[in-house]
Write a protein that binds this ligand. Structure first.
Ligand SMILES: [Fe+2]
Length: 246
């Protein structure tokens, strides 16, 4: 009893206020996420059980590492959709991509190659965790001029911005949307990332929350965290746009 004060208050997980996840690696066998379509079905069932109704999968497109194309992504989506239909899982599965901002991506934008988007021309972009992409601002500008709405994936995870909060403010001034990783708020990626995640949220700088789901450990940690009151308390005042993606 003496320790009950410190125990996390558990609740029934209910992410229906988000409804849509827009960052995950659930498509089988095309990046560093799930490997088999059986896993895809299992994970989608689990995510449905905690309240998601639509999942937008975003496989990496990272030149030389994950050489995905609209074709490879749509082929994997088709396989996953067929398996979900067979298993009668009532979740809408869709796909876009998570684009690494590098020279190759800049070329794709400049040459107006087909880019995968979701909702109102949203495009999910990321950087390396080691250093800022040197063409970040140029690529953002070029995307916006071409009518895209860039969403920066997990801004809280770029440690090189932590001591320089103005970087986040500059990106928001440039109308960049921010997608926070749900697990960042749990401390999964460390205390410093949790702190920045909470700061971005409390300042109203977060537009979307995504699972960035890759594997079993992410799933277990996500299920545990959304069964605590902490998560709902942290996000209750945030003006999130996930639900607009139905
Ligand atoms: Fe990701």
């Amino acid at each position: 009893m003496a320790f009950s004060f410190f125990k996390k208050q558990t609740v029934t997980p209910d992410l229906s206020f988000l409804g849509v996840d827009m960052h995950s690696h659930l498509l089988p066998g095309i990046d560093d996420g799930l490997k088999t379509v059986d896993q895809t079905v299992e994970f989608v069932k689990e995510l449905h059980a905690i309240g998601y109704k639509k999942l937008i999968c975003t496989p990496h497109i990272l030149n030389g590492v994950h050489n995905n194309t609209p074709k490879s992504i749509h082929a994997a989506l088709e396989i996953a959709r067929n398996a979900l239909a067979e298993a009668e899982v009532p979740v809408v599965l869709d796909a876009a991509a998570e684009y690494m901002v590098d020279d190759e991506f800049e070329r794709m934008v400049t040459e107006k190659e087909e880019l995968l988007t979701f909702g109102n021309n949203n495009i999910l972009i990321e950087m390396s965790y080691l250093a800022e992409s040197n063409n970040l601002l140029k690529v953002i500008f070029d995307l916006q001029m071409a009518g895209y709405r860039p969403i920066l994936a997990h801004p809280e995870r770029y440690n090189f911005y932590h001591g320089n909060f103005e970087k986040y403010e500059e990106l928001k001034d440039r109308q960049v949307l921010f997608q926070l990783n749900l697990l960042s708020l749990s401390g999964y990626y460390g205390k410093e990332i949790k702190k920045i995640a909470e700061k971005l949220l409390s300042l109203g700088m977060v537009d979307f929350i995504g699972t960035d789901m890759h594997h079993d450990t992410h799933l277990a940690a996500t299920k545990a965290f959304v069964a605590t009151k902490d998560f709902y308390n942290l996000v209750k005042n945030a003006n999130l746009q996930n639900i607009s993606l139905f």
